[in-house]
Design a protein around this ligand. Structure first.
Ligand SMILES: Nc1nc2c(c(=O)[nH]1)N[C@H]1C(S)=C(S)[C@@H](COP(=O)(O)OP(=O)(O)OC[C@H]3O[C@@H](n4cnc5c(N)ncnc54)[C@H](O)[C@@H]3O)O[C@H]1N2
Ligand code: MOO
Length: 400
C-alpha cells in the first residue's frame, strides 16, 4: 500500500486507464433514449417521406398538360376524384385530368405536380389553370427528406431531441445505447451537513455529494448519493461496502484532516487495495485511487474545487470510456489575462473564466467553491514551469 507516496499525474492516469471497466450496452425504448449515448451507428431503414407527397392543398396534375397555360389561354382540366392524407389512391390522373389532393396525401399515379388551390379557379367539375406547373411542383419526392440506407447517427452520439425526432421519423422504436455507468457517491466529515438542515457551530453544507452526483448525471451516468460518513472507521466501511455492491465506480470526498485521508486509505486497503495515494498535482494532491471487490474507489480531496477538478481529471475519463465517448473533451485556445505563478514540482490546474478569447485566472484557491463555479475550465501549468506571462496563449479544457 502506498500512503501518500506522491506520483506524477501520468502514472495516476495509467492506473485509471488500466482499470478493468468495459462499456456495456442495452436496448431502450425511444421514449427513454433522451440523453443516452448510441452504442451503434443508425442507418435509415426507410425512405422519408415513404411516398411522393403533396406539400400543398390543391390539384394533382400532369405538368405537361399545363405547359401551354397562360392568362390569355387558360387550360381546363377535369377533376376526376379526391385524395386525402392517410389514403392510398387507386385513381390515376390521365391526360386533361386532375385530382383534388390535400397536404400530406400521396400523389396519385400519372400526376407529377400539385397546383395550390389559390392558383386555379374551380368551375363545377373543372379547374381553370392560367399558369404552367412544372414537374415536382408542390411535391416532396419519396426519400427526399431522408433516403433509405443513409447513415443517420454515429455511434457515440448523445441523443438530444433532434436525434430522437430523427429516429421517430424513420420509425425506430428501440435503440442500442451504452448502459449508464453507476456511480456511488459518499461525502465524509463530521462537519458536513446536508442542505435543508440547520447548521451548528463549525458545520458547513455538503457540496461535493451533490456536485459529484450531478456531474455524473450530467455526463449520462446514474448516481446514488449514499450519504455522509462520519469520521469513524465503521461508518465509512459500511458505506463503501454498500457502494461496491451496486456501483461500477465509487467516489468519496473529504475527510477531516490529514488523518482522515489515511483512515480512508487504510479502510480501502483493508477491504481491497490502494493503488495510488497522492498525485503531484495542484489541486488534488491527497487523492486516492483504490479497488474494492473489483470496483474502483476514488478518494477525492474535501475542498470542493479540488474534488471537482480531480473528478474531471480522473473519474470523468472513466465515465466517458463507459459511455463510449472517449476523446470527447472540449478544449479552446485563449490568451492569459495576466501573469500567474505556479507551485513548483506539482502540475497545476488553474481554473479560468473565459471572456471571449481571454482566459481570466481565478485565484481564490481550491478552498473556495466559487473557484470552480465561476470557472469555464482550467489551464494546465507543467511541474517545471513557475509562471505564465500576460498574453501567453493557453489551452483551456472546458468543464462539462
Ligand atoms: N497541513 C496541511 N494542511 C492541508 C494541506 C497540506 O498540504 N498541509 N493541504 C490542503 C489541501 S490542498 C487540501 S485539498 C485539503 C485536503 O484535505 P482532505 O481531502 O483531507 O479533506 P478535508 O480535510 O476533509 O476537507 C478539506 C476542506 O473541505 C471541506 N469539505 C470536505 N468535504 C466537503 C463536502 N462534501 N462539501 C463541502 N466541503 C467539504 C472541509 O470542511 C474542509 O474545509 O487539505 C488542506 N490542508
Ligand atoms: O491538493 Mo489541494 O487539492 O491542492 O487543493
Amino acid at each position: 500500500m502506498a500512503f501518500l507516496k506522491v506520483v506524477p499525474l501520468e502514472k495516476a492516469l495509467d492506473v485509471v486507464n488500466a482499470l478493468p471497466l468495459k462499456p456495456k450496452t442495452e436496448d431502450v425504448p425511444l421514449e427513454e433514449a433522451l440523453g443516452r449515448t448510441l452504442a451503434e451507428d443508425v442507418i435509415s431503414p426507410m425512405d422519408v417521406p415513404p411516398f411522393d407527397r403533396a406539400t400543398v392543398d390543391g390539384y394533382a396534375v400532369r405538368a405537361e398538360d399545363t405547359f401551354m397555360a397562360s392568362e390569355a389561354n387558360p387550360v381546363r382540366l377535369r377533376v376526376v376524384g379526391e385524395v386525402h392524407a392517410g389514403e392510398a389512391p387507386s385513381i390515376t390522373v390521365g391526360e386533361g385530368e386532375s385530382v383534388y389532393i390535400s397536404t400530406g396525401a400521396p400523389l396519385p399515379k400519372g400526376a407529377d405536380a400539385v397546383i395550390q388551390f389559390e392558383d386555379v379557379e374551380r368551375v363545377g367539375n373543372e379547374i381553370i389553370v392560367a399558369k404552367p406547373a412544372y414537374p415536382g411542383m408542390g411535391v416532396m419526392k419519396k426519400g427526399a427528406d431522408i433516403p433509405k440506407g443513409k447513415l443517420l447517427l454515429k455511434k457515440g452520439t448523445v441523443l438530444g431531441f433532434k436525434e430522437t425526432a430523427l429516429l421517430s421519423a424513420v420509425g425506430i422504436a428501440r435503440v442500442r445505447v451504452f448502459r449508464r455507468p453507476r456511480v456511488a457517491v459518499i461525502s465524509t466529515g463530521n462537519e458536513i451537513v446536508l442542505p435543508g438542515q440547520p447548521l451548528n457551530a463549525g458545520q458547513i453544507y455538503d457540496i461535493n455529494g451533490r456536485a459529484v452526483a450531478d456531474a455524473v448525471r450530467e455526463m449520462g451516468g446514474e448516481a446514488r448519493f449514499l450519504g455522509i460518513a462520519r469520521d469513524d472507521l465503521e461508518s465509512l466501511k459500511a458505506l463503501i461496502l454498500e457502494a461496491v455492491e451496486w456501483a461500477d465506480i465509487v467516489v468519496l470526498s473529504g475527510g477531516a484532516s490529514g488523518g482522515m485521508r489515511d483512515l480512508t486509505a487504510s479502510i480501502i486497503s483493508e477491504l481491497g487495495e490502494v493503488l495510488i495515494h497522492g498525485i503531484a498535482i495542484q489541486p488534488g494532491k491527497p487523492t486516492i485511487i483504490g479497488v474494492v471487490k473489483g470496483k474502483p474507489v476514488f478518494g477525492l480531496p474535501g475542498y470542493p474545487t479540488s474534488c471537482l477538478t480531480n473528478f474531471t481529471l480522473l473519474v470523468a475519463p472513466l465515465l466517458r470510456r463507459l459511455l463510449g465517448r472517449e476523446g470527447q473533451v472540449r478544449k479552446v485556445r485563449a490568451r492569459l489575462k495576466h501573469k500567474v505563478f505556479s507551485v513548483k514540482g506539482r502540475r497545476q490546474f488553474l481554473p479560468v473564466k473565459l471572456e471571449r478569447d481571454v482566459a481570466v485566472p481565478i485565484l481564490k484557491g481550491s478552498g473556495a467553491v466559487t473557484s470552480f463555479i465561476d470557472a469555464d475550465g482550467f489551464i494546465e501549468i507543467p511541474e517545471n514551469v513557475e509562471s505564465l506571462d500576460e498574453g501567453e496563449v493557453v489551452e483551456v479544457t472546458l468543464f462539462g
